[in-house]
Design a protein around this ligand. Structure first.
Ligand code: ZN
Length: 292
C-alpha cells in the first residue's frame, strides 16, 4: 500500500488546561515541528499564537515561525488563514500567505481552503445548551474561487478541508471547473461532542465521507478529529488508504497522560508499521501529492 502521510496539527486555538505541551510561540512551534518530523510527520499545521495563547495573525508571527521551523527540519509547512478569528474579505484573508510566498525562505508548501460555510458554535452536551450562538465560518464561493486561483498562482499546494459532504461536493465541482488539480489533497474534518459542524468522530461519520468520494477523481484524503480522539479511528484510516492529521490542537489526549505532539505522531507511525504500512518522508509525501 502507498505510504502514510502524517500531519501534525500542533495547536489550533487550544489552551493548556488539558495539556501543557501545546506550542504557541514561534520558537515553541519550531521545536515541536522538529520533534514531530523526527517521529514521522512530514507536514506541520499551525496557528499563530501570542504568549497568552490568544490568536496572533500578524505577518511577523508567521514569518518568524516558518523561518525557525525550517532552521530545525525539512518538515513541510501548512499555516492557517485565520479560521473564524480572521473574518475579512478574501484578499485580506490570503494576505499573509501572499506576503510569505514572496520570499522562498518563507513560502509555505500548503495553504488551506475550507470548501464551504458552517455554524461552528460550541455545544455543551451535559447542559444541553450552546455556549456560543453566533459563530459562522464563512467561505463564500467567490472567496473560494479567489483562494483557488491565487494559491495556485503562487505555486502553493491547495489543502482542501471538508467538514461535511456538501463541502466535498463543492471540492469536486471545483475539480470539474479546473480550479483544483489532481491529485487533490483533502482533510475530512470530524468533530466530536462540543462542535456539531463536522461529521461525528465515529466509523459511520468517516464512512459517510469516504463513500461519497467519486471513483473517477484522484483525491488523497487525511482525517482529523476536532475535539475528539482520532486514535479510535486510526487503524481503519491506515488500513483503508487514508492519511492521518493528528495533534494537540484538536484534542488534549489526557487519556494518554500528557503526550507531546511528537508522542502522538510516534504512536501513529508505530501503529502504521505494525499494520504493514510505511510512513512517508517529505520527498515521498511530495510525490504522493503530485507536488513539483
Ligand atoms: Zn487549523
Amino acid at each position: 500500500m502507498k505510504k502514510l502521510i502524517i500531519e501534525a496539527r500542533v495547536n489550533e486555538y487550544a489552551m493548556r488546561d488539558g495539556n501543557a505541551n501545546v506550542p504557541w510561540l514561534p520558537q515553541e512551534i519550531a521545536a515541536d515541528a522538529a520533534e514531530c518530523r523526527q517521529a514521522g510527520a512530514s507536514i506541520i499545521h499551525f496557528h499563530g499564537r501570542a504568549a497568552d495563547g490568544q490568536p496572533d495573525h500578524d505577518f511577523e508571527s508567521y514569518r518568524d515561525t516558518i523561518l525557525q521551523v525550517r532552521a530545525g527540519s525539512d518538515i513541510m509547512v501548512h499555516p492557517t488563514l485565520g479560521y473564524v478569528t480572521l473574518d475579512e474579505p478574501a484578499a485580506q484573508r490570503l494576505d499573509n500567505v501572499t506576503r510569505l510566498a514572496a520570499d522562498p525562505a518563507t513560502k509555505p508548501e500548503f495553504a488551506p481552503m475550507d470548501m464551504g460555510s458552517v455554524n461552528v458554535d460550541w455545544y455543551d452536551p451535559e447542559r444541553t445548551e450552546f455556549t456560543t450562538k453566533n459563530l459562522i465560518y464563512q467561505n463564500a464561493t467567490d472567496t473560494l474561487e479567489y483562494f483557488a486561483r491565487n494559491i495556485r498562482a503562487q505555486g502553493i499546494s491547495q489543502y482542501l478541508v471538508c467538514w461535511n459532504i456538501s463541502f466535498t461536493r463543492q471540492m469536486i465541482a471545483f475539480m470539474d471547473m479546473g480550479l483544483i488539480p489532481e491529485p487533490a489533497f483533502c482533510l475530512f474534518l470530524l468533530s466530536d461532542d462540543i462542535m456539531l459542524a463536522g461529521h461525528p468522530g465515529t466509523p459511520e461519520g468517516l464512512d459517510a465521507h469516504t463513500r461519497f468520494l467519486p471513483p473517477h477523481r484522484h483525491v488523497e484524503w487525511s482525517v482529523c478529529n476536532y475535539n475528539g480522539d482520532l486514535l479510535r479511528l486510526s487503524e481503519s484510516i491506515i488500513t483503508s488508504g487514508g492519511h492521518i492529521s493528528i495533534g494537540l490542537g484538536d484534542y488534549a489526549y489526557e487519556n494518554l497522560g500528557a503526550p507531546s505532539n511528537a508522542d502522538l505522531v510516534h504512536q501513529v507511525a508505530e501503529q502504521a508499521r505494525s499494520l504493514g504500512r510505511e510512513v512517508a518522508d517529505v520527498a515521498e509525501t511530495r510525490a504522493l501529492l503530485g507536488m513539483d
